[in-house]
Design a protein around this ligand. Sequence first.
Ligand code: ZN
Ligand code: ZN
Length: 166
Amino acid sequence: MTRAAAPFRFPVSDLLGDPGPRRQVGIDTAVDWSVELSRVGPRLAADLTLEGASGGVLVRGRVETAVTHTCHRCLIEWTEPRILAITEVLGLDDDPDGYPLDGDVADLEPVVRDLVLLDLPLAPTCRPGCLGLCARCGGDLNTGSCPGHEEEVDSPFASLRDLLEP
Ligand SMILES: [Zn+2]
Ligand SMILES: [Zn+2]
């Protein structure tokens, strides 16, 4: 065994059948998955039922983890719990997009990772109407740490001054 631990892998040869028996399994492991502005972890837990079905293995249950998002406007970070339901069949030969079995082992990592990552927002936003950062000074427009630059921007001489300054 080259792997020190394989928390997502479960032997299922005893479950293959139609209908096959079922078994409860649990996952509790460290994960560090990220996409763009969202990071999943540091831990993930799942309570799952594995059940033989149509020559494959039906996976049902609940996945719990946490996601740390970075607001795409103001770059503030926050962490929120995620609880997701999973229903997926592994090992169906007639499903080219499905998840294969690895011999008689169900590797649930791709299934669970896809479930969690596909649930992430494309552009995390810390709150509705987040104003973001000032493009001139980088101040957070939500907290007023930008002093405001309206006078310069609105001045009819602003563009002229830009031209004259080296
Ligand atoms: Zn924000
Ligand atoms: Zn500013």
